[in-house]
Design a protein around this ligand. Structure first.
Ligand SMILES: C[S@@+](CC[C@H](N)C(=O)[O-])C[C@H]1O[C@@H](n2cnc3c(N)ncnc32)[C@H](O)[C@@H]1O
Length: 352
């Protein structure tokens, strides 16, 4: 028995940290309440007392006081000692209109992912996704039938994507290309970031026909219609030829190896021998790597999200070795893997 283990009355740092993890769902739900009631936005301009916030949100001041006490304990609010509270730097991230806001993610986590986490044991023991158990189908099919949840999902992805796209654009020299196709490019956010950072290249967003209109709107709003277009199609059937760079971001993670290989092979077939393939994905660190704690958490968290949502089946975060294998089987050679300031990495591959 360890020294601390033999002193059960002492709250060791490990026990304190572990207790907070065990009750982590409580923190997530308190943050959800703050996001749903718009409390951070109400405190944005100046500190306020509980009664003012209770009146504005239509809840009991006595109950809100208890929520505020918890928020102070978690470092999200500061207690000014005169009855008023203000947001800490961390609390400000819950304001809804910041570029780095976690507001949408707090809503999505509680309203969509939370019931899935409740079935994680089922996923682990049965191999069936939690979404199958909770929604009777994979998350994406559920979203297709529930437009409001779909809209929440889209807003959440858009807010989270900024924290992947910016670091990826900063980590890799995209200015060397003439034409960049983003396969599974969604609303075009990544291509827009690349073209805003580099004057030279032209961009094409390639995604399912249903997604293309939104990409066109974003391209137009960014003032890039002269350098960028959007094409609808199914990457499993083929991707447009003629670009010198094919980018796939947060795309293969959702697929089993067969589908991932099929899409990579379509990219290889469309690409000239001098082309470049870039994957912007999470990479599971090897046992001999010492990963940065935040990136390691984000990577393993994404992997478990893939387990619970049951995307197109078999989606998971791959190791560098697993990427190497699916790339090789699709006609590519993995050249290098670049770290970014976010958890995602840029995997550069060339036709083999
Ligand atoms: C998780 S989103 C990633 C969006 C974006 N690349 C990013 O970095 O956040 C996956 C995208 O792939 C698209 N997609 C899924 N299956 C596809 C297919 N067979 N062909 C083309 N696009 C597809 C989806 O419509 C969606 O926009």
């Amino acid at each position: 028995m360890s020294k601390t283990g033999s002193q059960p009355n002492i709250v060791s740092p490990a026990l304190a940290a572990q207790s907070q993890m065990v009750y982590g769902a409580q923190t997530a739900q308190v943050i959800y309440v703050v996001a749903k009631l718009g409390i951070a936005d109400l405190l944005k301009e100046q500190p306020k007392d509980v009664v003012e916030i209770a009146t504005a949100t239509g809840v009991s001041a006595a109950v809100l006081q208890r929520i505020f006490n918890f928020l102070v304990s978690r470092g999200l609010l500061g207690d000014l000692g005169d009855g008023r509270f203000d947001l800490t730097d961390m609390g400000r991230l819950l304001e809804s209109d910041r570029v780095d806001s976690v507001h949408q993610r707090a809503l999505f986590n509680a309203e969509v992912l939370f019931p899935l986490w409740g079935e994680l044991l089922h996923s682990v023991t049965s191999g069936e996704s939690a979404a199958e158990r909770v929604f009777g189908q994979p998350l994406y099919r559920h979203l297709a039938q529930h437009p409001e949840t779909r809209a929440l999902f889209d807003r959440t992805m858009a807010s989270a994507a900024r924290h992947r796209h910016g670091p990826a654009v900063a980590a890799y020299d995209f200015s060397q290309f003439r034409t960049i196709i983003d396969v599974g490019g969604g609303n075009g956010a990544l291509v827009i970031s690349i073209l805003q950072a580099c004057q030279g290249p032209r961009g094409i967003v390639f995604d399912l026909p249903a997604a293309v209109e939104s990409a066109r709107e974003h391209i137009k709003a960014a003032g890039l219609s002269d350098r960028c277009s959007a094409i609808g199609g199914d990457a499993l059937e083929g991707v447009p030829a003629g670009a010198d760079a094919y980018v796939l971001s947060n795309f293969l993670i959702d697929m089993d190896d067969d589908r991932a290989r099929a899409i990579l092979s379509r990219c290889r077939a469309a690409m000239a021998d001098g082309g470049t393939l870039l994957l912007i994905e999470w990479v599971m660190p090897n046992a001999d790597e010492e990963p940065d704690p935040y990136r390691f958490w984000d990577t393993t968290s994404m992997d478990l999200i893939m387990l619970t949502i049951g995307g197109s089946g078999g989606g998971h975060v791959r190791t560098a070795g697993e990427f190497q294998e699916i790339l090789k089987a699709s006609g590519f050679v993995l050249k290098r893997i670049l770290s970014t300031s976010a958890a995602v990495r840029v995997i550069e591959a060339l036709p083999g």
